[in-house]
Design a protein. Sequence first.
Length: 342
Amino acid sequence: MIRLLAQMLRWSGMLLYWLHLHPLVIWLARRRTRILLYHACEPTESDFIRDLESNTPPDRFDAHLNFLVRHYRVVPLDALERGAPGDRAVVITFDDGYASVYANAFPRLRRLGLPATVYLTTDVVDNRALIWINELNWLLRNHGAVARPLAETVFACARRAAIPAVLKRACERYEPSTVRDLLDAIRARAGLDGGSTAAGARLYLTWEEIREMARADVTFGNHTASHPNLARLREAAQADEIGRAQGALTSHLGPPTSLAYPFGLHDAASRRVAADLGFASVMEVGGINDVPATLDRVARVPAGDWSCAALFAELEIVAPAKARVRRLRDGVRRLVPDFLCW
């Protein structure tokens, strides 16, 4: 039912776009800052990111940028952090730090003179390792005879479950030692070396590429060291993850001002760690921003392989509607215990 409602809202938004009413809709909500969340920018999805809903092909990204330039003002993250983004403001962000951002997104941003922020998972910079969900995705697709039975057992998945379902369950049941032991077991049985696989994949940015981007209008933020589900970690482990990434980024670029939670998942401990480290902004996934934005809970709208009509619908119709329903639900949940006590 929820998916059907979201799809109906999306169609409604696309209809508004096709009727050329989108400029009016954007103007009516002009004071609200939109934050777009991208990941990879590969022409064809590799098996490391396939079906993760995290790729925007270069030609599609081109279309998005042209649409944004025409109807919004693309501003740097620090404009939001300073509290002065202005009307029709959009901030472009990328999570994880994929090499395709340098190869395909960065030249397009630079050509148009547009700023962006990339949130780096620091353990994988220079391709010394792979983010665990990228590696598990690749192993399930290329060494399924070995990887599938082990992953299905460890994460209590249905036999022959779809790979995205296995990965979703792995994220929900994430434990660092469990994931590490699983990957070690699959590599051993498949005769693979994790370091060699990472180096050969060349999936992520290098520090040299990062410094080149930093000399242009690209800033970099903290996306933890290894991309865990923070909500599954104790507070000390969360502090270590975020702190290690902060140290690496500071040593190469200077201290980053912004944090993005991996998968958008976090808990009260995550917020305490972020507050202790003094981030100027903390990025979540989903929702819409108030006016002014709440900087320790900045809402971002994921952007995938969408048409411009669908992108408009998601930004201006679907995401706001979902956010209002979520706020209404949360308000009801807060009221119910008081009502029952009364």
